[in-house]
Design a binder for this molecule. Structure first.
Ligand SMILES: [Zn+2]
Length: 142
């Protein structure tokens, strides 16, 4: 029986664009990643439940008014729901690193200056262009 060599570092090393992150930085990256994923899951659940409710209501409308009214009702509300979830998710993806006051591990500039509703934040720092947000795989979670 050969003993497994005891690992001196319990955490896997997280490297971002050539820089090894320290324990605090890794903990922050994990917290941000978890909060972002949680928000996305909540919104997805909201979308699915919303679609079921909208579908049921439209079905009821089409039985009591007309099929066309029911379809129009469904399309309108479904589109509204998708728009809400899309922008809600964009907002949340920016809001989390902003709330954690995340800074770039390379140039120490804040990663989020303002919330952009139309897109999600990228992994690269807007100031120096180096990778500033860990992916799930880099954190050993993917
Ligand atoms: Zn930077």
């Amino acid at each position: 029986m050969t003993e497994q060599p005891s690992p001196s570092t319990p955490e896997t090393k997280v490297v971002l664009a050539g820089k090894v992150l320290d324990a605090d930085e890794v903990a922050l990256q994990r917290a941000v990643r978890r909060a972002r994923t949680r928000g996305a899951k909540v919104l997805l659940t909201f979308l699915i439940v919303g679609l079921v409710v909208v579908f049921a209501t439209s079905f009821w409308v089409s039985r009591n008014a007309s099929g066309d009214t029911g379809l129009a009702f469904f399309l309108l509300l479904a589109a509204l729901l998708f728009i809400m979830v899309y922008f809600g998710n964009n907002y949340w993806q920016w809001r989390v690193p902003q709330a954690f006051a995340m800074r770039c591990p390379h140039c120490d500039e804040p990663l989020v200056d303002a919330i952009h509703w139309t897109k999600r934040p990228g992994y690269a720092c807007p100031h120096c262009g180096k990778d500033a947000l860990c992916t799930a795989r880099q954190l050993g979670e993917g």
